[in-house]
Write a protein that binds this ligand. Structure first.
Ligand code: DX5
Ligand code: ZN
Length: 215
C-alpha cells in the first residue's frame, strides 16, 4: 500500500488548521524543519509541531533539515512527532546513531535521509539498526517546488533491494518534485511513501491531487 504524505511547507501558514483538514484523505503529514544552516532556508520548528499535534490525529512525519539533529530529538518527541528523520550528512555517524537510539527510547519512529549526493550503500549500517524509514531526496533539500531528479531512481532501486534483503518492514520514502508522473516512476523504483508539497497544495482540490498520486 502506497502512503501519501503532503508537505505543509507549501501550505498557507496563516491557516494551518484549515490547510491540514484539506489533506485529511492522505496518510501522513510531512513537516519540514529547516535551520538556515544545514539548508539555506528557515521554516518552522518545535512550537508549530506541538500546535499541529493538538489539532490532528494524523501521523506526523517530521523531516529534520538541521545540523546536529540529535540536539532536538527530545523536544520533537515532547511536541508529539510520530517519526523523526535525520540527514546522514548532518552529523558524525556516531552522533547520528545516538540520535536514533534516543528516538527509540522515546518511542518515536526512526528515519534516515539521504541528500542526492549520498550513495545507496550509506543506508546499510542503519538498516542493521532496524530503522523504520529511509528517505531519498529527489531535489536538493531546502525549498518546495523544485524539479524531480530522475538520476536518483537507480539509488531508490538499490535501496529497495537492500530493504527487501535486510529490513523488509522499513518504509522507503521519496521527497521532492513528486507529481502523478514522477510518483509512478518512484513507485516502480520501490518507494512506498510519497511526499508531495506543491503538487498537492497547488492543486484546486488537494483531495483530487492526493487520489491522483495514488495512481
Ligand atoms: C524540500 C522538502 C520537501 C518539499 C517538497 O527540502 O524536504 O518536503 O516540501 O516540496 P515539493 O513536493 O514541492 O517538491
Ligand atoms: Zn521534506
Amino acid at each position: 500500500m502506497i502512503k501519501i504524505a503532503p508537505s505543509i511547507l507549501s501550505a498557507d501558514f496563516c491557516n494551518l488548521e484549515r490547510e491540514i483538514r484539506r489533506v485529511d484523505s492522505a496518510d501522513w503529514l510531512h513537516v519540514d524543519v529547516m535551520d538556515g544552516m544545514f539548508v539555506p532556508n528557515i521554516s518552522i520548528g518545535v512550537p508549530v509541531v506541538s500546535s499541529i499535534r493538538r489539532h490532528t490525529e494524523m501521523f506526523l512525519d517530521v523531516h529534520l533539515m538541521v545540523e546536529k539533529p540529535g540536539r532536538y530529538v527530545d523536544a520533537f518527541a515532547d511536541a508529539g512527532a510520530d517519526l523523526l528523520s535525520v540527514h546522514l550528512e548532518a552529523d558524525m555517524p556516531l552522533r547520528i546513531r545516538e540520535a536514533l537510539r534516543r528516538m527509540e527510547e522515546r518511542g518515536v519512529k526512526r528515519g534516515i535521509v539521504l541528500r542526492p549526493i549520498t550513495s545507496a550503500e550509506a543506508v546499510l549500517p542503519y538498516l542493521e539498526l532496524g530503522v523504520e524509514l529511509v528517505l531519498v531526496m529527489t531535489v536538493e533539500p531546502g525549498f518546495g517546488g523544485q524539479k524531480f531528479m530522475a538520476d536518483q531512481l537507480p539509488k531508490l532501486e538499490a535501496i529497495r533491494r537492500y530493504i527487501d534483503r535486510y529490513q523488509p518492514d522499513c518504509n522507503l520514502e521519496v521527497d521532492g518534485g513528486i507529481d502523478p508522473d514522477t510518483a509512478r516512476q518512484a513507485v516502480s523504483a520501490g518507494a512506498n511513501v510519497l511526499v508531495a508539497g506543491s503538487s498537492v497544495y497547488g492543486a484546486p482540490d488537494p483531495a483530487v491531487a492526493i487520489a491522483a498520486l495514488r495512481g
